[in-house]
Ligand binder design. Structure first.
Ligand SMILES: *Cc1c(COP(=O)(O)O)cnc(C)c1O
Length: 458
């Protein structure tokens, strides 16, 4: 088989400022070994997130210029609404400034204290918004989804028996909605199968509970279905996406992912009565219903981007780029979450650095070393992000997994950039025994990973 090439030419470039390891060591020290505190100018390959970091296409930039900035009823709004309706089949669309705003409006409208919201795995803002509405967020991913080495093709699937048991236990009246996250971001960008969506939808229907999709990476999920699920090989990604949404009563979306935009999101539903209440909050906190939290140019960039995310050549390249990095690392013996997901490769820092105990923050040590050696910025998804202090003893409570996420921005990096990342990780892996743990020198009481400072252990 021939090399799968980037299905685009480059028209505008953004220079990368080259730095030396010695310079980066200084930047690291100044940043307290927290890569969130670096200047992006000092980063060579930035894999901190795939959110809002996409390169827009010539068509999107043209759409930005065509945009209509009218306060109400702008042309841009009608194009946005038409695109979302066409792809999702959901008739009522509310634009928001990003995904979490859609979550806040939705959960604020449907949850009451004591409610329970099941999801395959809640993304962190989703969980926070469920909890802020007084409800409990429960993750029901299949057991394979929690095993970094299981090669199940749809590790994002919900455990339907566990969902049935939860509904039995809590009573359907306690569950205002069920959510499926496509792809399952927090569990490695792993896809959910069509069969699973259909089965979850039928359980929901039997109990009269609406099913919502957290649709941030719906196009990547559609591609995995086409590649891996019986009966979809000759479907277009758009047809698969429509079939996914056909089973849903609503969706929240961050357009910073498969909207191929740098900002934006939406909330969509079939329920006019619910939408009326949601629109009141939308106006209060986001803006008038025909622009929400967005400028006309954002609405137009997203309307164009949603279709570009569904282009088969783009998706083939996109999913291949991630898989390619994963395979290179596996071939060198580097432990990663398998199989590679859609938007990111997760290094398994616990197996990468078995000589560093979870309390000594192996993921943070690996993130810092990757930056020092090669200027590659990843992010720790382990004890720094999800651990915490035991309130009684003050001791660190480690996270169940110690991962380092290398998220791949859309259409930004070429194969040689990805090769460079693989070389850097392998270089660090070969001298992993020299790495030492880290300790906090500062930590905030909440969301400590953003502002924490560290120092290497002696
Ligand atoms: C990014 C993301 C969100 C939140 O979207 P923002 O635009 O960052 O507010 C919600 N769910 C998932 C799965 C995400 O990846």
């Amino acid at each position: 088989m021939r090399t799968i090439i980037e299905p685009f030419r480059i028209k505008s470039v953004e220079p990368i400022r080259m730095t030396t390891a010695a310079e980066r060591e200084g930047h690291l020290r100044e940043a307290g070994y927290n890569v969130f505190l670096l200047h992006s100018d000092d980063v060579l390959i930035d894999l901190l997130t795939d959110s809002g970091t996409a390169a827009m296409s010539a068509e999107q930039w043209a759409a930005v210029m065509r945009a209509d900035e009218a306060y109400a009823g702008a042309r841009s709004w009608f194009r946005f609404e038409a695109a979302v309706r066409d792809i999702t089949g959901l008739p009522i669309v509310m634009p928001t400034h990003q995904g979490r705003a859609a979550e806040r409006i939705l959960f604020g409208a449907v949850c009451k204290p004591g409610d329970v919201v099941p999801n395959n795995t809640h993304f962190d803002t989703t969980r926070a918004n469920v909890e802020a509405a007084g409800a409990r967020a429960v993750d029901l991913v299949i057991p394979e989804g929690r095993d970094p080495q299981s090669r199940h093709p749809f590790k994002g699937n919900m455990n339907v028996d566990a969902l049935r048991a939860l509904l039995e236990r809590e009573g359907a009246g306690r569950v205002p909605l069920v959510m499926l996250t496509l792809t399952n971001n927090s569990a490695g960008g792993q896809p959910v199968s069509m069969a699973n969506v259909r089965e979850v939808a039928s359980v929901c229907r039997a109990h009269g509970i609406p099913l919502y999709l957290d649709a941030c990476r719906f196009a990547e999920n559609a591609w995995f279905i086409r590649e891996r699920e019986e009966g979809f090989a000759d479907w277009t990604p758009l047809a698969i996406a429509r079939e996914l949404f056909r089973h849903a009563d609503g969706a929240t979306m961050s357009a910073k992912k498969d909207g191929m935009a740098n900002i934006g999101g939406f909330l969509a539903t079939r329920d006019e009565r619910l939408a009326q209440r949601e629109r009141d909050v939308l106006i209060l906190t986001e803006g008038f219903p025909t622009y929400g939290g967005l400028a006309g140019r954002d609405l137009d960039a997203i309307a164009t981007g949603l279709y570009e995310a569904l282009d088969a050549d783009y998706l083939r390249y996109r999913i291949r780029a991630t898989g390619y990095l994963g395979e290179k690392l596996l071939a060198a013996g580097v432990p990663i979450v398998e199989p590679p997901g859609g938007h990111a490769i997760y290094l398994d820092a616990a197996r990468f650095l078995p000589h560093i105990a979870p309390r000594e923050l192996p993921g943070q040590s690996l993130v810092a070393e990757l930056y020092r050696v090669a200027g590659v910025r990843g992010v720790e998804v382990g004890t720094v992000m999800f651990g915490g202090r035991d309130p009684a003893t003050g001791l660190e409570r480690p996270s169940p997994m110690e991962l380092v996420r290398l998220a791949i921005p859309r259409r930004v990096y070429t194969q040689s950039h990805i090769d460079y990342v693989a070389e850097a990780v392998i270089e660090v892996f070969e001298r992993r025994h020299a790495l030492r743990g880290m300790r906090f020198t500062f930590e905030a009481p909440t969301l400590r990973h953003f502002t924490a400072r560290f120092e290497p252990l002696p």
